[in-house]
Design a protein around this ligand. Sequence first.
Ligand SMILES: [Zn+2]
Length: 136
Amino acid sequence: MKVVFNRNIYKFTHDYPAFAAFMTETELRQKYYFTYPTKNFYISSYVCPICGNQLFKTVFHNDFEIETEDGKILIPRIFTCGKCQAFFAPKPGYRLSSNNGYYLILPEKNYIEYLLTMDKVGSKIGRRNTLYNEPF
Ligand SMILES: [Zn+2]
């Protein structure tokens, strides 16, 4: 599947570091519209710039290559909104909140296919060798 990420045009102004600790992962996923069969995506501290829903993320221990308006880039992590079926990738070396990255919105079938492709090589364990080792 050939997809191209657009340059980010959104402002990431929300940052919610705290969650209801009593919620199970299943409950979190239902609450935040992320009921896809992934193993390596987990809830992040960012919300979707389109709809305000909490974003899920995965970390790539080997950089993942995406095609963007600016050409191919290698990313250490990606965020996604299950409600908008959108992906958000900060430029390497930037946080998502820097509003200096890329986004991609796909129809549901393609979204799930690409999500599961990323899930296969993603991880819930943070990386130490990138500029930001965000815990969420
Ligand atoms: Zn959204």
